[in-house]
Design a protein around this ligand. Sequence first.
Ligand code: ARG
Length: 264
Amino acid sequence: MCEPRYFDVRYTINPWMSTDDPVDLTLARDQWSTLVHTYREHGHTVETVAPVEGLPDMVFAANAAVVVDGRVFGSSFHAPERRPESSVYQTWFKAAGFDVHQPGSVCEGEGDLVPAGRFVLAGTGFRTHRAAHREVQDFFGRPVISLDLVDSRFYHLDTALFFLGGEGDASQDGDIAYYPGAFSPGSIEVLRRLYPRAVIATEEDALAFGLNSVSDGRHVFVAPQAGGLVAQLAHRGYVPVPVDLSEFRKAGGGIKCCTQEIRS
Ligand code: ARG
């Protein structure tokens, strides 16, 4: 994770961002610290990457890479403003002992690539290019399921879907939660076939960044504003852990965006 010391909205690269809506940095820092503290309280190790001045979106660590089996597939950002982040995170990974594969086309890490058991679910349409999906499949040797995103408010896959883990489909790797309205009809059909029992979120829950959640298979770190989703998760036997990251919505981010998961 990366502390939001220089977090701000200084350019607009998604529909949530407006340079007229000032960020309350004190609130953002408090919310972020609460997330770190909550992860640690639940037994998760949190490592931090030093923030760099002039990179206001660097707090969104999820976009820097995707890590599976201890192997790191790096990032290549769509927006020029975010491109310098890749090498900063790469330096951190290398210092931590990981080799980093540099993608050959636009790829925004876990923003669009969601490891889900034997599969990697992969979004395209606004950021990550479809060519990167192929590259991810070859790199990890895991089938990549390409999904088309069609609503610009849900410009990254991780704003519209998350992997719950636990027990369920596809087939037994674990289930997912998603908002169908973010996907093309063909992609909705693919998700239905793979995950017939998935948790289906409403537009309201998706707009509250409820799908930008992190699950350890039991606890789901989730936006408290996504009340319907929180209730559904509890009903399914998960333990929702509400963490409010509302200030990061001004940049189009939430809990998952701020979290890069290192899968060893
Ligand atoms: N302002 C950032 C962008 O548009 C937000 C990134 C959110 N990250 C995420 N994993 N969805 O690139």
